[in-house]
Ligand binder design. Structure first.
Ligand code: OAD
Length: 243
């Protein structure tokens, strides 16, 4: 399938789903998950920081890593690719963004239907799940995690950690939407982390055309009808906007 054929498909499509990963935000200056381990953090294994066990063992260390990443996210701006996706909402009956990113950039660009599979780094909630949660970072200090005003347990970042399950309602909606979509764009993900990485094959089995956008080879290329070896900010405006 050619780029022109995908543009034509998009012109006729009513339901489109987009799965995004860390590469979607790279051109906004948000490091990918593994690139986030620079400087002070370069001696740590991400799977050692992003776990419930790591947080319970050393809450201040893990909280500080998330604070630095939160600052980076707050300083970042959506790029032309995020904006093209947000503008394209009006073209389709449904355009759902299913993201593995925790940076909230799709919503900041103006996309309204966004499923955050791995949570949001600007959110926080009680470690002991007593029901307290915050959807804004204003009250969050950079040092040790604050105490939950409800029960006194530490607050934790509102993200999904290794070893934790995704919200089943969010995941099942994502599975349903990719199965109903006529076109699924897969942007900036290595396709290594499940269950998100399983969504393109659900889409393909259900008959969707799958387009992978990634400047490097990924584990999902074998499922794609078309692989565009371009960055998100280059490819998405070219694919979605007239001209
Ligand atoms: P990865 O860091 O595994 O992969 C990023 C992908 O983006 C790579 O395939 C790059 O080639 C590609 N990429 C880099 N720059 C790009 C650009 N400008 N445009 C398009 N693509 C670009 O990130 P994810 O696949 O998102 O999970 O990782 C999935 C999950 O693994 C993350 O959500 C995180 C991590 O462990 C949790 O924290 C639960």
């Amino acid at each position: 399938m050619t780029l022109a054929a995908v543009r034509t498909l998009l012109q006729d499509a009513r339901r489109v789903a987009v799965l995004t990963g860390a590469g979607m935000s790279a051109e906004s200056g948000v490091p990918t998950f593994r690139d986030a381990l620079t400087g002070l953090w370069s001696n740590f294994d991400p799977e050692q920081l992003a776990t419930p066990q790591a947080f319970r063992a050393n809450p201040a260390l893990v909280w500080r890593w998330y604070s630095e990443r939160r600052d980076g996210v707050l300083a970042a701006q959506p790029h032309a690719g995020h904006l093209a996706l947000a503008r394209a909402t009006e073209r389709f009956d449904s355009l759902t963004l299913i993201t593995q990113n925790v940076d909230g950039l799709h919503a900041r660009a103006g996309s309204t239907d966004v499923l955050e599979l791995h949570g949001n780094i600007l959110h926080s909630r009680c470690l002991d799940e007593c029901g307290v949660h915050y959807d804004h970072p204003d009250h969050l200090p950079a040092g040790a995690p604050p105490r939950c005003p409800g029960c006194g347990a530490p607050l934790r970042p509102g993200v999904v950690w290794f070893g934790e399950s995704l919200d089943p309602a969010v995941l099942s909606r994502a599975e349903r939407l990719v199965a109903q979509a006529q076109v699924v764009l897969v942007v900036g993900t290595s396709g290594l982390v499940y269950p998100a990485a399983g969504l393109p094959s659900i889409a393909r089995r259900a008959g969707a055309k799958v387009v992978v956008i990634n400047p490097e080879p990924s584990a999902l290329d074998r499922l794609a009808h078309l692989v565009l070896p371009q960055t998100a900010a280059q490819a998405l405006p070219a694919l979605l906007e007239p001209g």
